[in-house]
Ligand binder design. Structure first.
Ligand SMILES: NC(=O)c1ccc[n+]([C@@H]2O[C@H](COP(=O)([O-])OP(=O)(O)OC[C@H]3O[C@@H](n4cnc5c(N)ncnc54)[C@H](O)[C@@H]3O)[C@@H](O)[C@H]2O)c1
Length: 325
């Protein structure tokens, strides 16, 4: 039997890299990756992730900006992907307040081009990354997919919520099977330098001050990268059977932790205390995230396996090894 062609956009990014690695372990997939390799954070990390992926002959890479509709559609028509997993986006809550344009470009126009390409070649399943940030300032926990998401606190969240609505309409009009995944704070090896774990660890190791917002009195449903990847993997062949084949799932650990506790585990792993610069609550931030993952469990049997202690341990081990070279 011929291998299934699967496209992962944002393949040089944190989640995209791990997803491609996992897909390549399965000999039934030929994995195609698209990324524009932008400089939002240290580009070396992106090159190094790609270097690992390119060792596998079943991985094919295109440097392409999804904002370019013509090139995106040409790529889709040439490769006729069976599945598309769209992770490319301008990420980051705080960055979206000062740089909204890049979010309109990648997250709205880029997303539209993915919808167009997927429609044209009739992909079997388009899965894309949404975010827990769409829940805004919800006061009911754990957060369920049916809760109101009309009050995004950041522009980033607004663009992701827009994706869900745009996706629904394409699913309705063209009967395109689409799944939105609301990821809850993903962390792990090869992670993003703009996120708390990387920033805290890096500053502690380098004896720099960390910035702690709201005295660390936030709760986050930290989700280890392998658990996120497992959730995506389990969903590839699980489209919605509804008239409008559009579905939304939370992927979290179902286990929120206090940010101060998170910091303590990082300090214990590094063996050094953080120097802290206390900062006020940040505009755009939410106070707490806590996923209800019963919908995903019911659909796929998903079960997050990695404790916060183990996940942070794995990250610090990776960080020390990566930066010792
Ligand atoms: N990491 C998290 O905690 C988290 C939480 C919720 C949602 N998400 C979403 O998951 C997805 C992956 O996140 P990540 O943490 O891996 O981020 P990342 O920034 O590491 O990866 C995104 C990749 O997309 C690429 N990209 C951006 N715009 C592009 C464009 N116009 N054309 C082609 N490539 C483009 C970037 O170069 C980058 O390599 C994103 O959609 C993000 O919004 C992430």
């Amino acid at each position: 039997m011929k291998n299934s062609k699967i496209l992962v956009t944002g393949c040089a990014g944190f989640i995209g890299y791990h997803l491609c690695s996992r897909l390549l372990e399965n000999k039934n997939y030929d994995v195609y990756g698209i990324d524009n390799l932008n400089k939002y954070y240290d580009i070396e990390l992106k090159y190094n992730r790609l270097k690992v992926l390119k060792k596998n002959k079943r991985f094919h890479f295109y440097k392409l900006d999804l904002v370019n509709k013509e090139k995106t559609l040409t790529n889709f028509n040439k490769n006729k992907y069976k599945y598309v997993i769209h992770l490319a986006a301008q990420a980051g809550v705080r960055h979206s307040i000062s740089n909204p344009q890049s979010y309109v470009d990648s997250n709205i126009i880029g997303f539209f081009n993915i919808l167009e390409g997927s429609k044209e070649i009739k992909v079997k399943h388009l899965i894309f990354a949404s975010t827990s940030s769409v829940y805004g300032a919800s006061k009911s926990f754990p957060l369920k997919e049916i809760y109101n998401t009309d009050g995004p606190l950041s522009f980033y969240a607004a663009t992701k919520k827009s994706n869900e609505i745009m996706g629904y309409s394409y699913s309705h009009i063209f009967k395109l099977p689409i799944t939105a995944l609301r990821f809850f704070t993903v962390y792990g090896p090869f992670g993003r330098p703009d996120m708390a774990l990387f920033k805290f660890a890096d500053s502690i190791v380098k004896n720099k001050k960390i910035e702690l917002f709201n005295k660390g009195k936030h709760y986050r449903d930290f989700t280890y990268i392998d658990d996120i990847i497992e959730g995506i993997f389990l969903l590839i062949n699980k489209t919605s059977k509804d008239d409008v084949p559009f579905q939304v799932f939370n992927i979290g650990s179902e286990n929120p932790h206090y940010l101060k506790k998170f910091l303590k585990i990082i300090e214990d792993n590094i063996g050094k205390k953080a120097k802290i610069n206390f900062r006020p609550f940040q505009l755009g931030d939410v106070y707490k995230t806590h996923a209800d993952i019963s919908k995903l469990k019911k659909k796929t049997g998903y079960k997050p396996k990695t404790s916060l202690q183990k996940g942070i341990y794995n990250f610090i081990k990776w960080y020390r090894n990566y930066y010792s070279k």
